[in-house]
Each structure stands twice: as C-alpha cells, then as structure tokens.
Design a protein around this ligand. Structure first.
Ligand code: 5AD
Ligand code: SF4
Length: 436
C-alpha cells in the first residue's frame, strides 16, 4: 500500500482542508502515516499569517529535498495560503524546482487529478485558482479526531484588517448552504461525533441561502439530535449583534466559550488596524456576553508592536486585558505581510520593543488565566474525554464546555464519553480533578 504524510501549518481551516486531502488519498487507496521518511507522497499545507509559518515551510522543504534525493519517486506537494501569493510561487519555481505539485486554497478538490497527472505524465503540476469559484460540496474527509469535528460554514474574509493576509489568500466571503451544513452535521452525529466546531474567518457574517444568518444557523444546529456540544470560531466584534447574543444565550448545546479577537486595547491602533470598533464597544460586548452566560469563558487574539504603537497605546492593551480578565489569549508580535497595507507603514516597531511588549503581555494574560481557572476549584464540570494523558500516567485528558483542559485519573475506555469531574486544582493552562 502506498503511503502519504501531511504536515499542516496554521489554523483550523487548514486542519479541516488537510482532512479533505487525507480523505481523497484514502479513497484512492493510500494509507496515512506519521513518518514522512517512509512516505511515497508528502504534502505541506502552508500558512501565511505570520513570517514564523513561512520560515517553517522553507525549513521543511529543505528536509523533503533530502528524502527526494534518496528516493526519486517521492512526490512532494505544497498547498495552502502561501501558494496564493505570486512571490512565493516564483520563489519555489526558482529555488525548489523539484517540488512536484503546487496548488492553492480554492482548488483542493483538484488534487487527485493533479496527482494522477504527475504519476502518469511525470511532469510537475502547478495550478492556482483565483478567488471566485463555487463551493465544492461532497468531498471525502478523514477526520483528525473521533468524537469532535470541524465543520466549515463559510470561507474567506471581506474585512481587510490592515495587518492581515487572509483576505488575499482565502478570497471573499462565501457561505455554505444551511442544508449542506446540517446534512454534514447529521452524518457526523451518525458517526459518533459529540462536539462540532463551526469554522469561518468571520462566522458572525455568515449569509446562507434563504436569508439565513449566523443566529438562525445556530438555532437550526442546536435542534440536531445527538449533538452534545457546539462551538464556533472566529467571531468579529463589529458583527456580533444583540440578536446573536440572545440566540447564543438560549441555545443549550452551544458551549459557554467565546473566542472574540480584540487585537488591541487602544482606539487609535484599532482604527489603523481597520477593526471598526473601539475598546469601549468591545467592553460592552463582554458585558453583554457575561450577562447572557455568567459561566462564559472568554478568549481573544492580541497583536503587539503594530506599526506606530506607542508605549501608552500598548499599555491600553494591558489595561483592557486586566479589565476583561480573559480566560486565555493568543498573543502575537506584529509580523509584516507582503501585500498588506500595514507592511508599507513607515513607523515599524523595532524587534526588541516588540519582544519586551510581548513578554509583558504574556505575563498579564497568564495572571488572568490562572485567576479565571481558579473559579473551577471545588466545582463539578462535565468533561468530554479526548484520550489518555501523554504526561500523567494513569490519567486521561479532555475539555469542559468552557474549553478548559481537564486532567484526571482514568483509562482509555473513557475516551469519547462525557463524565463529571470535581476540580481540586487549577493551574494557568489546565485543571486537575477526580471523576464523581
Ligand atoms: N502579525 C501578527 N499577528 C497577526 N495575526 C494576523 N495577521 C498578523 C500579522 N501580520 C493574528 C491576529 C489574528 C490571528 C489569527 O493572527 O491576531 O486574529
Ligand atoms: Fe484577517 Fe481581519 Fe479577516 Fe480576521 S477579520 S481573517 S484578522 S482580515
């Protein structure tokens, strides 16, 4: 049996796309393996959101070259967001001409055809589609997890935040039809899935056929029998309506967990980022969400060192983090992305200042996270068990509705079940307890 290996960089959208690639290859009779040295086909699904991911990609290509030198029949495929940028394609053609297949984010369904062409014609295949195609339904998928699944509800982004490459690599917003989404979720339930995460760059601006918006869609999904937990990401504060918050409050299967990227706590920076809300608007949303769901866990994304950010403006971000008291946050140093407006701003921040701000932000975020986790001590919380813990022998690990990692004594037979756990200890990143 021929074997393949996929390396996925970046976000959950990419993870979901890799599941589709794995599904197509599995249908073609290939077997997925972890060791790329033993593979016949290697795929790198790339991310271009920050330069760290770019660098990892080029480092990995170097490794694949060594495998190809030993095994000339080894097929190397690269895809994902980086491939939607012409300067990257040019660089690959020039410096890595031995790459066999290059495709982008809009034509994943074409992969079996491109692979067939490489095998039969022994000729490299480069196929990048511009934005604007139809959503292709019905592709196979080989899921990463048994009991939880990602479901795309929309693709692309229309927001053009000035730092962000996504609108250029993923194109304009397109929403899937509600009936296609519901049919996929029903199939997942039949297959034993208990938790779904609805994915989109900006789920709050979902616009399905028949005028169905995200609030309507959540209600419809909440009615599906057999689904126990519903999550979604990512939400944009400017599109989070009162109506959606009402629906969120009322849908019992939707978890008390909300990821709401704030990016900065300073109005001038938010304006220059083209975020279209103020720090006060954000605080008001936090108030409404906590009113709707007092047990909610709130997480966010934050960028430090955006061009022109002063010390005082950065301190506004620290103040906002303290004021919200986030459950956790993904923190990033601003990274220049070719083709975005902010990359051209002439007031770029020196790296050492970015590092200093980043460290101070992480310290503040961790303090909030530890404080928020402490509220669970003494409480009983339902945990969907993901499997045995890799670090603690005799323990299993899972997540509660607030998306907290919970570790407790148990064995593999608990995997995929939801059990009640009484929390005895809380750290910065996880909780510890005992099944009750
Ligand atoms: N530099 C740093 N962080 C970025 N993000 C997006 N673009 C950049 C960039 N150029 C962050 C944002 C976004 C998250 C997915 O990545 O915080 O919400
Ligand atoms: Fe990027 Fe902004 Fe769109 Fe998010 S909303 S994908 S940060 S442009």
């Amino acid at each position: 049996m021929k074997k393949f290996n996929i390396l996925t960089l970046g976000c959950q959208m990419n993870e979901r796309d890799s599941e589709t690639l794995a599904g197509m290859l599995t249908e073609m009779g290939y077997e997925q393996i972890d060791d790329r040295n033993q593979a016949d086909i290697a795929i790198i699904n790339t991310c271009s959101v920050r330069d760290h991911a770019d660098r990892r990609f080029f480092g990995m290509l170097g490794q694949l070259k060594k495998i190809k030198e030993k095994n000339p029949g080894f097929i190397v495929c690269v895809c994902g967001c980086m491939m939607q940028q012409q300067h990257i394609i040019d660089q690959i053609k020039e410096k890595y001409p031995w790459v066999d297949i290059i495709f982008g984010t809009h034509n994943i369904h074409r992969f079996p055809r491109l692979l067939g062409n490489v095998i039969s014609e022994k000729e490299k295949q480069i196929e990048i589609w511009e934005d604007g195609g139809e959503i292709v339904e019905g592709l196979p998928s080989k899921r990463l997890y048994k009991h939880k699944a990602f479901v795309n509800i929309m693709f692309g982004c229309n927001n053009f935040c000035t730092y962000c490459i996504v609108p250029y690599t993923r194109g304009r917003e397109r929403s899937r039809r509600p009936e296609d989404i519901l049919a996929e979720i029903k199939r997942l339930v039949d297959d034993g899935v208990k938790e779904i995460t609805l994915l989109g760059q900006n789920v709050n601006s979902y616009k399905g056929e028949g005028g169905v918006d995200f609030a309507d869609l959540l209600r419809m999904i909440n009615e599906v029998d057999g689904i126990e937990r519903i999550r979604f990401m990512t939400s944009h504060p400017k599109d989070l309506s009162d109506r959606l918050i009402d629906v969120y409050r009322d849908c019992d299967k939707v978890c008390s967990f909300f990821h709401l990227p704030v990016q900065s706590g300073n109005d001038n920076i938010l304006k220059r980022m083209n975020r279209r809300y103020t720090a006060d608007d954000y605080m008001e949303l936090v108030r409404k969400l906590r009113e709707a769901r007092p047990d909610i866990s709130l997480t966010t994304d934050i960028i430090v060192g955006f061009p022109g950010e002063t010390e005082e403006e950065f301190e506004d971000t620290l103040k906002l983090v303290e004021a919200v008291n986030f459950d956790s946050a993904f923190t990033f140093m601003y990274s220049k992305r070719k083709g975005t407006p902010a990359a051209e701003y002439d007031d770029q921040i020196p790296e050492e200042i970015k590092h200093d701000r980043f460290d101070r932000l992480v310290e503040t975020v961790n303090r909030c996270a530890a404080d928020r986790n402490a509220r669970f001590v003494g409480q009983i919380t339902p945990v969907l068990v993901e499997g045995v813990s890799k670090s603690d022998e005799g323990c299993v690990t899972g997540r509660n509705p607030q998306n907290k990692i919970v570790n407790f004594p148990g064995d593999a037979s608990l995997t995929g079940t939801i059990v009640n756990v009484k929390i005895s200890e809380a750290g910065t990143f996880s909780l510890v307890g005992k099944m009750v």
